[in-house]
Write a protein that binds this ligand. Structure first.
Ligand SMILES: Cc1ncc(COP(=O)(O)O)c(C=O)c1O
Length: 438
């Protein structure tokens, strides 16, 4: 259930065609001095938010179906999260958790260790970001197994550091020009039930011809792929990799940075498959927007020695307070809300699919739903142009969307989403597709 004061319906509201005059000034300033590498999907200039609503500097209000890329799990300023942050900030802003102790860090490690899927004891290393969690997991896997080779999947996104970028295989622009990348990394096909194929054939070939499975340190898998197109693989695919890892002593690392923290209606996405990882990575929603992530590993896998790995800011006390408050909300109410609202939203999207044949596939679970657009449902050719136009048009009508994959809208709203946010958003999507002649 969203917190009571958030159940309001005074949005979407477009009073000035965006970007309005105040937004244009800020965009101009930003463009003058910020790095040209930033993407900026559309000219949204945020002034504030509430629940799953964002307001821009010119007073326009939008329904948010993207949560700042699947981050704002509890909405934009949940009173319980804000109170926890304020209380922690009033005590001390920082002490390095790598070198000293404080209660919030100890409690968050305990909490994450105890919620980790799977039997046995777990241990936790706190980070600043998802990428830092991936980077640390690569180090952990190599030092624990004393092997070098890593396997990741086509379509994967694991971050932008050298290890993260090397494991990433979703868009060539993330890698081009930055080499040499990390050695000893293989990419294999991910299971895509909409497009079919045998994703394990290439794995068999890899092990027969190029890499001995006995030399593989870890398999990095998003149990539901994010940036690659919000793809939910089959249970048999995830299980096949668990079995290979068990047989050859390989660590199975689940990157749940986008899919975890209640987004799918269960705390961890891998619970949908009944498969446990050896190492689980989380970030994004964990701090409701404050920068925090974690490596959650089985105790028997977290064998690196004292002082071998550390971080200055990871597990900062204010971020830990935000994460503890977020976990309370997610476990007590938002997971259930994500499951319930996810059903309503998916049913609405499937209904739209019946009227708009350009929607080739509606997939996913909870509030991690992918809508794939195609030129023609019979040959499934991705309609990239349509998705780009749809994103811009929906924005101008008051609905915030974000694409992924080749032609997919990733629906990843805050977990406080209400029925109003769903119904009004679906109406804008419907109207936009009709206006685009699709
Ligand atoms: C699955 C996954 N892994 C890793 C990352 C990198 O996380 P961050 O941007 O916090 O460094 C992302 C970010 O989008 C992600 O979706």
């Amino acid at each position: 259930m969203p917190h009571k004061s958030a159940v309001r319906t005074d949005y979407p509201r477009i009073i000035t065609a965006p970007p309005g005059p105040k937004a244009r000034k800020i965009i101009e300033l930003d463009r003058e001095f910020s790095s040209p590498s930033y993407i900026k999907e559309y000219p949204l200039v945020v002034a504030g938010g509430r629940g799953a609503m964002l307001e821009d500097v010119d007073g326009n209000r939008y329904i948010d179906w993207m949560a700042g890329i699947a981050v704002s799990a509890t909405g934009y300023n949940h009173p319980k999260v804000v109170a926890a942050i304020q209380e922690a900030a009033g005590k001390f802003l920082h002490i390095c958790g790598t070198d000293f102790y404080y209660e919030a860090m100890a409690r968050l490690c305990q909490r994450l260790a105890e919620t980790a899927p799977g039997r046995g004891k777990h241990r936790v290393f706190l980070t600043n970001s998802g990428t830092e969690a991936v980077e640390g997991a690569v180090k952990l896997a190599r030092s624990h197994t004393k092997r070098q080779h890593l396997i990741a999947f086509e379509g994967a996104f694991h971050g932008r550091s050298y290890a993260g970028m090397t494991l990433t295989c979703s868009k060539v622009k993330y890698r081009a020009g930055f080499g040499p990348l990390l050695p000893e990394v293989s990419h294999l096909p991910y299971d895509n039930p909409y497009r079919g194929g045998d994703p394990m054939a290439a794995a068999r070939r890899l092990f027969e011809t190029r890499v001995s499975p006995k030399e593989v340190a870890a398999v990095f898998m998003e149990p539901i792929q994010g940036e690659g197109g919000y793809i939910m693989p089959s249970q048999s695919f995830v299980k096949a990799w668990r079995d290979i890892c068990d047989e050859f002593g390989i660590l199975l690392v689940f990157d749940e940075i986008q899919s975890g923290m209640g987004r799918t209606g269960k705390l961890w996405a891998c619970e949908h498959f009944g498969i446990e990882p050896d190492v689980l990575l989380t970030a994004k929603g964990l701090g409701s927007g404050l920068p925090i992530g974690a490596i959650v590993a089985k105790e028997k896998a977290m064998t690196w020695g004292q002082g071998t790995h550390g971080t200055t800011f990871g597990g900062n006390p204010v971020c830990c307070a935000a994460a503890l408050a977020t976990l309370d909300l997610v476990e007590n109410e938002l997971c259930a809300n994500a499951a319930r609202m996810g059903q309503r939203l998916k049913a609405g999207l499937l209904e739209l699919q019946r009227r708009h044949p350009c929607i080739g596939d509606v997939r996913g679970v909870g509030l991690m739903l992918g809508v794939e657009f195609v030129k023609d449902p019979s040959d499934k050719e991705p309609d990239t142009d349509l998705v780009a136009k749809l994103e811009q048009l929906a924005f101008r009508k008051g609905l915030l969307l974000l694409s992924c994959g080749r032609a997919v809208i990733r629906v990843a709203p805050p977990l406080v989403l209400t029925e109003h946010d769903i119904d009004a958003g679906l109406a804008i999507l419907d109207e936009s597709l009709t206006e685009l002649g699709r």
